[in-house]
Design a protein. Structure first.
Length: 167
């Protein structure tokens, strides 16, 4: 293992590419149109009380909606939803029009269809962290995919993967 004494931005990206993470799409209602983005920064924080978190760059197009909203939805994608991850990570498009499979949920939050799991959450705190904000949220509703054998979409080393089990 090569050890470096200086972790600059390029090395930091390289190091984090080695971490595998589930892929989620986070949505929020907006004043004029809803916002949504693909993330791998989602994690559970606490069981009592139930809390989750995710991070979003201040420069992200979805940031103004997330910054203003009291409610968000977290959608854990299935291995078949790489196209959804790509749609919600594409800049300069109407992501909801391009995706199509969504409806309005509680508090006006967009809910995507066909996902592995979905949590509708109340935002409880935002913590400034460098050029990002960490959003802490409390789940108030949830749903899981009907097929309990469905597996998540995973992001590792710059590409999407699945967790199919060998027979």
């Amino acid at each position: 293992m090569t050890v470096s004494s200086l972790v600059d931005a390029d090395l930091f990206r390289t190091l984090l590419r080695r971490h595998a993470a589930a892929v989620v799409v986070i949505t929020a209602p907006g004043d004029e149109q809803p916002a949504g983005f693909t993330a791998t920064s989602f994690t559970s924080v606490s069981l009592d009380p139930p809390l989750v978190s995710f991070c979003l760059a201040h420069s992200a197009s979805a940031w103004p909606a997330v910054a203003a909203s009291d409610v968000v939805a977290v959608h854990v994608l299935t291995e078949e939803q790489e196209h959804v991850a790509r749609t919600f990570s594409t800049r300069g498009i109407d992501r909801f029009a391009a995706h199509g499979d969504w409806e309005i949920g509680p508090g006006g939050v967009p809910l995507l269809g066909g996902v592995l799991a979905r949590l509708v959450c109340r935002v409880v705190r935002r913590v400034e962290a460098g050029d990002h904000t960490i959003v802490l949220a409390s789940p108030v509703a949830g749903a899981v995919h009907d097929d309990l054998a469905a597996t998540p979409l995973v992001y590792h080393d710059g590409t999407y993967h699945n967790l199919r089990k060998a027979a």
